[in-house]
Design a protein around this ligand. Structure first.
Ligand code: ZN
Length: 73
């Protein structure tokens, strides 16, 4: 099983480099039965993006999608 590799922020418009755990928000999802790929999925959002975005797993696409967080009034 391959190690999940995280290199940059999951926001393609950001591209911040992943340096160490503890910064930003890490999303890890273990592979389940029926998954095409049996690799562990891991994505990371930098601290700045984590304030505005979330990652949600889309079962149909079988990948994480970037979603905008609701603003807290
Ligand atoms: Zn970012």
């Amino acid at each position: 099983m391959k190690d999940a590799k995280i290199s940059t922020c999951a926001n393609p418009q950001c591209g911040a480099e992943f340096k160490r755990l503890g910064e930003g928000k890490l999303f890890v999802r273990r592979a389940e039965k029926g998954d095409k790929e049996l690799t562990q999925k891991a994505l990371w959002l930098c601290a700045g993006c984590a304030q505005h975005f979330d990652l949600r797993y889309d079962r149909h696409k079988q990948e994480y999608v970037l979603v905008t967080r609701r603003r807290v009034a």
